[in-house]
Design a protein around this ligand. Sequence first.
Ligand code: AMP
Length: 368
Amino acid sequence: MIKLHDKYFKPFLTERQITEAIQKIADEVAADYKDKTPIFVGVLNGAFMFVSDFLKAYAHSCEVSFVKLSSYQGLTSTGIVETLLDPPENIEGRSVIILEDIIDSGRTLQQLVHLFSSSNVKEFKVASLFYKSEVYNGEYTIDYVGIEIPDRFIVGYGLDYKELGRNLKEVYQLNQKHMINLVLFGKPGAGKGTQAEFLKEKYNLKHISTGDVFRYNIKNGTDLGTLAKSYMDKGDLVPDEVTINMLRDEVDKNPEASGFIFDGFPRTKAQAEALDKLLETKNMKINATIALEADDEVLIQRLLERGKVSGRSDDQDEAKIRNRFEEYNQKTAPLMDYYEAQGKFHSVSGIGAIDEITMRLGKVIEEL
Ligand code: AMP
């Protein structure tokens, strides 16, 4: 594993695999062009290593040149491609073969085609050492491909992560830290908090309960606590904006966590969308949401019992409890469809002994 700036990368392609892929392209190009003296045009910066090794593997008459597109890489309002290094002159009637290090979406290729479209070349072909076929959505055929690779971020052999890594002889792939991020769903009293305590130990996760964070703030008399109290006392939801900001802070406080259990969040569609966005900016995602299912009447009895011990005012009054269920049915239950649509929704029975329920949850998590 290597570290470039803030990210870790793991070995992906060896020097030997790269050399073999280049030889394969060189042989295929030679079969088509060995009597034609083509002009190979490398696309800077990334392709410099590929061009160098490719030329050593191509033992026939040829010329070489380079282009460099500006980082803006777009067409101006006049339709001109911004370049930092222009295509070679006198290419009219010649066979041009572009040498690219990598083709993914095909955006750069489209600009290259545009760049060469006004010069009357005889033939225009494209050779790419690496090719992400899954994400390519261009209309041009890639004529020669070294290695098809999955849609993961790679560095090395000319390719960089914020300018580092170009000098590596091998290719490395971004190491997506294996995290487990779970959302626990369930009506108040379903056992989310109890189960989260077990799961956090078992899978080394950070447990964030928005209800607990609010109660902590109320106890400590913070502004956030004062604001939240008026809603919580009635069994209403605290406004999304407040809750989302608080949740973001809690996630930010734990950069080293190997995963999170979100308990009591998200409770509305806006919160679910905000959570997805927040995680995306951190290169993380929700892996699964698990609902703990239990009958309303069982839950009411559980909550009233809990209220006697904890003193939580929202657990001591059946009307407030029913209001919280109503909030759940109206605002939170629809989120199951949101996660179902992403293929992330699971449900387990929350009735039974605590360790039995933990086992049911563990079964879902271990199959992720
Ligand atoms: P809980 O401990 O999860 O049952 O939450 C207790 C109370 O805190 C709820 O009834 C809400 O008033 C408030 N609360 C907790 N989480 C959220 C959330 N995600 N959005 C809005 N309000 C919340």
